[in-house]
Design a protein around this ligand. Structure first.
Ligand code: ADP
Length: 363
């Protein structure tokens, strides 16, 4: 069983002696005659409960507790005080500097109960802290594991896609009707796997990376993303993009996360087009000002049912399920949260969808 370590601080030696005499069989006792001496002991010993008299020359009990809380908030603090000091205590109690106060002269049973309760609080808090650290460690390990698996999968997948491209170049496709179909299926599966791995890596990176401020040029960023996602989604030029950028102000933000956010939204606008639509259209509008960037991405695609609108940002929620993982918009929401940004969506089935984003300018 752990022996409870108690530090008692009082400038009157008599009180220290009687405290020692009463409690030495129950606790491991340390004593100090001033705040400075108490701080010295605390810097060397893992004390569980600190009891201090309020009225001491040099440093009062409340002042001592404020100092202790600053450099080590763990020891639970009990103040011994007369009735006349109560007013001075109110702030200290409200600020959480003091766990409990006991009036002087103390009663042995009351003080003993106070120490026991204080230790219970100490123990619970420490256990919680340890559990939290354990949880954090497991979570980190799990994340690292997911990251390295995803990373490892990337290389063989890139090779497989390379072989498929070679097959295309060598015209293996034209050999037979079935061959053509199988190679296409294989390419589609590889692309989907690549998309899943990319989403997992994006999620991992978003949860780990700290926010880095960089200058963002939306014109270039959006044009690059359009090219990347057209290629990734394997589409021809039948989708028309109308991009309008109004950026005269410098915009500073976390370009890595902004890319993830816009990339996912552009990719969705491409993926969820109506297959038979003659005039597939995606409009991207960016307005940058001193405070933020307001971005709208509008498509004339499949649209989203009203009932689904409040679920699309949930993990693994997907409607047109053959095309995605249900992770894209979840990652968008998580990444936006890290930037203090906002997103809203309006949609009409069979007519199109509009996402509106507001990302703070971190100038
Ligand atoms: P997924 O990987 O399935 O695309 P998302 O989280 O990006 O996952 O999207 C969730 C679901 O929301 C999708 O399955 C799709 O049905 C719907 N959705 C998202 N964007 C659009 C859009 N622009 N038009 C129509 N439906 C969309």
């Amino acid at each position: 069983m752990t022996i409870i370590k108690v530090l008692y601080v009082d400038d009157e030696e008599n009180n220290l002696s009687s405290f020692k005499a009463n409690f030495r069989r129950l606790y491991e006792i340390y004593t100090a005659t001033s705040g400075a001496a108490a701080l010295d002991i605390l810097s060397q010993t893992d004390v569980h409960v600190v009891i201090s008299d309020q009225r001491m020359p040099g440093m009062t009990g409340v002042e001592l507790f404020k100092k202790i809380k600053k450099f080590n908030p763990e020891p639970i603090r009990i103040l011994l005080t007369g009735y006349t000091d109560i007013e001075a205590l109110v702030d200290a109690i409200n600020d959480g500097d003091i766990y409990r106060y006991i009036t002087k002269p103390w009663n042995d049973i009351e003080l003993n109960n106070g120490i026991q309760n204080a230790y219970d609080v100490f123990k619970t808090r420490r256990e919680l802290k340890e559990k939290l650290a354990e949880l954090q460690k497991t979570n980190d390990e799990l994340n690292r594991f997911i990251y390295s698996i995803s990373h490892e999968l990337r290389a063989p997948l890139a090779s497989a896609l390379g072989v498929i491209n070679l097959a295309k170049l060598d015209n293996v496709y034209s050999d037979s009707e079935k061959g053509h179909e199988y190679w296409n299926l294989m390419e589609e599966c590889c692309n989907r796997l690549d998309y899943n791995i990319t989403s997992t890596l994006q999620y991992y990176k978003n949860s780990r990376y700290t926010n880095i401020k960089e200058e963002v040029h939306f014109e270039k960023l959006i044009q690059d993303l359009i090219i990347i996602h057209k290629l990734a989604n394997n589409i021809d030029d039948k989708i028309k993009f109308e991009v309008s950028i109004d950026q005269t102000e410098v915009f500073l933000g976390d370009i890595f996360r902004i890319e993830i956010i816009l990339g996912n939204l552009i990719s969705n606008a491409i993926k969820y087009q109506k297959p038979d639509e003659e005039n597939k259209l995606i409009k991207i509008d960016v307005k940058v000002n001193l405070l933020d960037a307001v971005i709208t991405i509008v498509d004339n695609g499949l649209g989203i049912l009203n009932d689904h609108l409040n679920q699309i940002f949930n993990q693994f929620f997907r409607v047109h399920n053959q095309k995605g993982t249900g992770l894209g918009l979840f990652i968008v929401r998580e990444a936006l949260a890290k930037l203090d940004g906002k997103i809203s969506v309006e949609s009409v089935v069979n007519s199109g969808t509009q996402f509106t984003l507001r990302i703070p300018n971190q100038r």
